[in-house]
Design a protein around this ligand. Structure first.
Ligand SMILES: *[C@@H]1O[C@H](CO)[C@@H](O)[C@H](O)[C@H]1NC(C)=O
Ligand SMILES: *[C@@H]1O[C@H](CO)[C@@H](O)[C@H](O)[C@H]1NC(C)=O
Ligand SMILES: *[C@@H]1O[C@H](CO)[C@@H](O)[C@H](O)[C@H]1NC(C)=O
Ligand SMILES: CC(=O)N[C@H]1CO[C@H](CO)[C@@H](O)[C@@H]1O
Length: 493
């Protein structure tokens, strides 16, 4: 029993993602020790998928740990929440200082922050890693977003970067930042995924309801778009979905009940955006869009009561222009969505004191994950040119692209509005764009209202600074003629 341990990395949780990640690591020459609570699962796996590969089965946590080289590296791929804490508790008695626990599940980043601190106090290096790409990604190259104890990175870098997806030879995996930063960035990735999906669905809806296109015609449009600036995994699968007919010749997609499900990562992103005061409107609308879709029976009733325009294909005189405008609307809205996502990440870095690797984040999303696209190659380039770029929209490539896309974007939104087709994501993106580029917004009036009813005070524009309105100071005006002489400083409304 004095043989040296052989395992390079341990993995707990042999559900589909876990199994595929184990096989992926074994294919890259690593010896993987696999454990699952339902132990028969381990034997099944060893006798089948894992047969003949450098995979060792463990029947207990103790056996798993004993089979690992030091520092031990153990990936948890278990359900987010309580199970992660339970497995950490079971591992701790067998671990030694500098061993590494990696949570590869979909944990909420505040949990990762907490686990990172708790384990740091015990001398264990904790890493929370986003893993995206679904089953295929896990098997053949996921996007990996690790963050947490940076001391762990030199020990896991080689494994992580060899099993991850590659984009033009570069691994779609790099160190994200401290504590829960890896899971945070994965959360924003998922939020952006909500946005991308909503945008594609709006384009489909406009083609269907205004353009009266058949599903196969729409598939052709997506096929064409997939050879241009919108080239991406989600456009590609949408094309394939629209082409898939059932046995009776009806596209399967048309048989699907139109109520969207969600697991919460989009909502977490939107909630975090509200907490940090960042206008991440497109993801917010994408989450609300799903919520509205879920009110199917109310919508069905409303459709018979509430009037509005009936979409009319005859308004489209030039079909090619209609489709090109739509492509521009999708492209411009997507630029806004990613600009907003990076605004949020930037603010999180400031608020949580995380030094974040912006160019690496874009590169990690370039391949392997659900939002992978050619477009992310341009974002990577933008952040490589200027890692602390204030806003993606200030990068020359994107400011020019959005300026060029504008005419088509505006006509598409205008068309949808007059035809009564809901486009919450296209519209909010455009409203954000016009707001962001407005030197003056009507918040002056809003401040006056707040001061009028609640004496909340305001500041004046520098050019109107005077003795009466000292520059930079909060002033209050007697708007009503019977106002008091004190301003509200102790409560906010
Ligand atoms: C929509 O297209 C279908 C099939 O091509 C056609 O039968 C129908 O008349 C069209 N409807 C309108 C409003 O153009
Ligand atoms: C507010 O204005 C009215 C009318 O001009 C005046 O009578 C009153 O004293 C003012 N109140 C204060 C607190 O300045
Ligand atoms: C209101 O407060 C200011 C500053 O404290 C004072 O100069 C002014 O006389 C006050 N006005 C009234 C009407 O009480
Ligand atoms: C943590 C864990 O033990 N996970 C898996 C073990 O195997 C069963 C059966 O496949 C899975 O459902 C568990 O998720």
């Amino acid at each position: 029993m004095s043989t040296q341990p052989q395992g390079d990395i341990g993995l707990i949780g042999l559900a589909v993602m876990g199994q595929n990640l184990v096989l992926n690591a074994a294919d890259h020459g690593f010896t993987v020790v696999a454990y699952n609570r339902t132990v028969s699962k381990v034997d099944d796996f060893l006798a089948n998928e894992a047969k003949g590969k450098s995979i060792i089965g463990a029947h207990s946590i103790e056996e798993l740990v004993k089979n690992l080289k030091r520092p031990r590296r153990i990936i948890l791929l278990v359900k987010a929440g309580k199970p992660v804490d339970l497995f950490i508790d079971q591992l701790l008695p067998y671990l030694e200082k500098d061993d590494i626990i990696i949570d590869g599940g979909n944990s909420h980043y505040p949990d990762t922050n907490r686990r990172y601190e708790e384990l740091k106090a015990k001398g264990i290096n904790f890493v929370g890693s986003g893993v995206s790409g679904g089953e295929d990604g896990a098997r053949y190259g996921p996007s990996l977003m690790p963050g947490g104890a940076e001391e762990a990175w030199p020990h896991i870098k080689e494994i992580f970067q060899s099993i991850s997806a590659k984009s033009e030879g570069e691994p779609c995996c790099d160190w994200v930042g401290p504590a829960g930063a890896g899971h945070y960035v994965k959360m924003v990735h998922n939020g952006i995924e909500y946005g991308d999906m909503q945008l594609i669905c709006e384009a489909y809806d406009i083609m269907k309801r205004v353009g009266n296109f058949s599903d196969s015609e729409i598939a052709e449009v997506f096929e064409k778009w997939n050879t241009g600036v919108l080239d991406s995994f989600l456009i590609e699968i949408t094309r394939d979905i629209l082409k898939k007919n059932d046995d009776d010749g009806i596209p399967i997609v048309e048989k699907i009940l139109d109520t969207a499900g969600q697991k919460g990562t989009g909502k977490w992103t939107a909630m975090n955006a509200l907490d940090l005061g960042m206008p991440v409107t497109l993801i917010g609308e994408a989450v609300f869009g799903r919520a509205l879709s879920a009110l199917k029976s109310e919508r069905t009733r409303a459709s018979t009561i509430l009037g509005g325009p009936k979409a009319d294909a005859s308004v489209i005189s030039d079909k090619k222009k209609f489709v090109d405008d739509l492509e521009q609307a999708l492209y411009a809205s997507k630029i806004i969505s990613y600009a907003q996502g990076f605004m949020l990440i930037r603010e999180a870095g400031k608020t949580y004191g995380w030094k974040l690797n912006n160019p690496a984040i874009a590169l990690m999303w370039r391949g392997g994950c659900i939002i992978r696209s050619v477009f992310l190659g341009e974002i990577t380039k933008a952040y490589r040119e200027e890692p602390e770029l204030e806003n993606l929209l200030f990068n020359q490539f994107f400011s020019e692209a959005i300026t060029k896309a504008q005419a088509g974007w505006r006509s598409t939104v205008a068309l949808a509005v007059t035809q009564g087709i809901p486009t919450p994501a296209f519209s909010t993106a455009l409203a954000f764009y016009d707001g962001y580029r407005s030197e003056r917004l009507p918040a002056n009036l809003l401040q006056a209202q707040r001061d009028y009813f609640g004496a909340h005070t305001f500041k004046v524009l520098p050019k109107y600074a005077s003795e009466k309105y000292p520059e930079g100071q909060d002033v209050h005006v007697n708007w009503t003629g019977h106002g008091g002489n004190v301003s509200a400083s102790t409560y906010q409304a």
